[in-house]
Design a protein around this ligand. Structure first.
Ligand SMILES: Nc1ncnc2c1ncn2[C@@H]1O[C@H](COP(=O)(O)OP(=O)(O)O)[C@@H](O)[C@H]1O
Ligand SMILES: [Mg+2]
Length: 154
């Protein structure tokens, strides 16, 4: 096995299926934080990762499923050997017609909302990928690397 193959090995992985209820967002946040703690993230980084995840899950519940509690949101969280986390949040809801517009800061289809969910995800994670099809659903992939600690010079 060469170095590159080793870097892309899975260290640990969980899969969660939740009913689309607002109460479950806090559960997902806590699970994500507990799982991400297996990696060398700082507390602040873990805070940011769980915030990004809760934005994605809230979007699936509120927008994807229009708050219908009898739908399901799926999460796949992977920790990589090379020091990164990947979180996939998937719904089979209404989908997004104009992804570019949806991801613009302050754009929202719901009156009274801030429209900053995607902007938060992008500022808290290294990479945010969104795939969506109208009538089929939305998948958000969030990635963040573990930063190497800066060597002290003295
Ligand atoms: N999972 C989803 N399913 C359907 N539409 C979504 C989904 N996620 C986001 N959207 C659309 O993208 C818009 C922007 O999302 P976001 O930046 O989180 O802002 P907000 O949630 O405040 O509206 C939402 O208003 C909605 O129209
Ligand atoms: Mg949102």
């Amino acid at each position: 096995m060469n170095v590159n193959e080793k870097d892309f090995r899975v260290k640990n992985q969980i899969r969660l299926t939740i009913q689309s209820r607002a109460e479950n967002v806090a559960f997902v946040r806590a699970c994500t934080a507990a799982f991400a703690s297996q990696m060398d993230y700082t507390l602040e980084e873990i805070d940011e990762i769980r915030l990004a995840v809760s934005e994605a899950v809230s979007n699936s519940i509120i927008h994807g499923y229009k708050n219908d509690p009898y739908s399901q949101v799926e999460l796949y969280i992977t920790l990589w050997e090379n020091g990164g986390i990947e979180i996939v949040v998937e719904d089979h809801g209404c989908g997004i017609a104009d992804l570019k517009q949806a991801m613009e800061p302050t754009f929202s289809t719901e009156p009274g909302r801030m429209g900053l969910g995607f902007a938060f995800m992008q500022s808290f994670m290294d990479q945010v990928e969104v795939k969506s099809r109208v009538g089929q659903g939305t998948t958000v992939i969030l990635k963040r690397k573990v930063r190497q600690p800066v060597e002290s010079k003295n």
